[in-house]
Write a new protein. Sequence first.
Lengths: 232, 266
Amino acid sequence: MRWKVVVGFALGGLVVGLALFWWPGPLALAASGPPPLPRLFRSPDYHLVNQLDQPVSSTAFLGKVQVVVVMDPYCTALCPLTTSKVLNLEQTLKRRHLADKVQFVSFDINKLTGPRVMRNFLEQEGVNPNAHWLQYLTGSPAAIEKAVTTGYRISYQGVSEATLAKVLPSAFQARMRNGVAERAHAPFDIDHEDPLFVVDQHGWVRALYGSASTTPTQDVVSDVARLVRSNR
Amino acid sequence: MSGGREAGRRGWQRWLPGAALGMLVGIAIGFAVSYVGKRVVGAPASNVNAPSQVRFAARNLGSAPNLSGFTDQLGRPFNPASLKGKVVVTSFLDPLSTRVSPVIAVNLLMALKSDLEDSGQFGKQVVFLSIDVDPQASGPTDTAAFMKRVVGFGKTPAPVEDWPFLTAPPQRVSLVVRDGFRVPYQRLAGKALAAYEANREAQGTYFHAQAWNPLAKPDEPTVVDNGEVVIIGPNGTIRARVPRAYQVSHVTLMNIVESVLGHGPT
C-alpha cells in the first residue's frame, strides 16, 4: 500500500514536471503577472553596413531582443538625447545581467553621411564605435528608406537649416551641441521623429515608444526582461 | 469477475492520493522555480535608480518653502503671494548650463506651456516658477538672457508674471531649494565632478548630451542633481515630485498638473 502511494506521488510529480517543461505558458504568465507584450508588426528585412563598414543583415539579430532607434550624425536636436538614452539603457541592462541578450540597432537617416561620420558621432557622444553592442546601420538612401519608413514606419525628411530653425522652437526642442555637425556645415538638416522599438528574438516588434529621449529607462528594461524570460 | 474489477478499482484508489499529492508538489516546485528564475534573469542590481519615479500625492508632500527674498529676471523683488491659488510647476535651473536645464526649460516646460495655453489654463490656473541654482555665477541678467536666448523668448517677451525665473544670494537659494524643496543640487568641479560623472555613468543615469547655451562659462563649476520638477498645489503644499524631469514627456507632466487641478485621475 505505502509503496503505491510513493510511486503515485513520483508519477504525479513527473507528469506535472513534464507538462510544465513542454508547455510553460500558464505558469510563466501566472508568475510574471502582466500579459505578454502584443505582436505589433514584423520588423523589416535588410542588408546594410554598420559603423565599421561591415555588412550586416537583419537576420544576424534573430535570437536577441533588439532595441531600435534612428539617429542622424548631424542632428542638433533629439539625436544626442537619444544616444544618451541608449547609453544609459545599455548600462542599466548590464547591471541587470541582460546586456548579452540585447542588440541595440540604430539607422542613420542622413544620406550625406556614412560609416566614418557615424563613427565620429558615436565617439563624440561617448559610444565606443568598435563595440558591437550598438550596430549603427547605413546603406543606399533607398535601402534605408525601405527599412526605416516602410519597415518601421518612421517618417523623416531633409529640410534647410532656416526651415529647421523655424520648426524647432514650435517643436519645443532644445538645441544640442554637435561638433560633428558644426564641422560638416551640412546644407540641410533632417526633420525626424525619435521613436524607440523593442523587437523580440523572432523579429516581431513588441513595443513602440513615441520618443526615445523621454521613454522611461525602466519601462524599456522591463519589456526586455519580459521578452528574455518568455522568449516568445 | 465483479470481485476482480472491485479489487482493481481499490488498487487505483490506493495510487490516487499519492498521484494527487505529487501533482500538487510538482506545481508548487514549478512555481518556485519560475519565481527564482524570474528573480535571477532580470533581477535588478542593488541601488539601480529608476529613471523617473514620479511621486504624486493625493493630499500633500509637505509645505512649499517661503519664497521671500528672491528677485525675478527683471531685477524686481518677487512677491510670493502672486502664486496663491495656482498650481505652480517649479523647476531648478542653471542659466549657464549646458546640461539638463535647457532641455527641461525647452523640451518639457515650453511644450507644457503650449498645451496649457491651448487649454486656457496657463497664467490663470497654472504658472511656472524657476529658481536659479547657480547664483554664485549668475544673476537676473543671466536668467533674463537664458529665457530669451536659450528658451526662445526672443521675439515674444517672456511672460515674467506667469514664469518668473528667480535668483537670490547663494545661502538663501540653498535654504529654499535644498532644505525647503529637498532638491539636493550640487555645484561640482575637478575631481569631485569627475567622480560624480563616473558614478552616474556606472549607474546608467548620466546625462551624456551637451546642450547649446551661449551664456555658458566653461571655467565655472557645473551644477548637477537639479533635474527635479516639483508641483505645488493651489494651497501651497507640494503635490508631486518629478525626478530627472529632463527625460519625462510634457504629456506625463500635463497629466500630473491635471490631477493636481482635480481634472484627471489621481
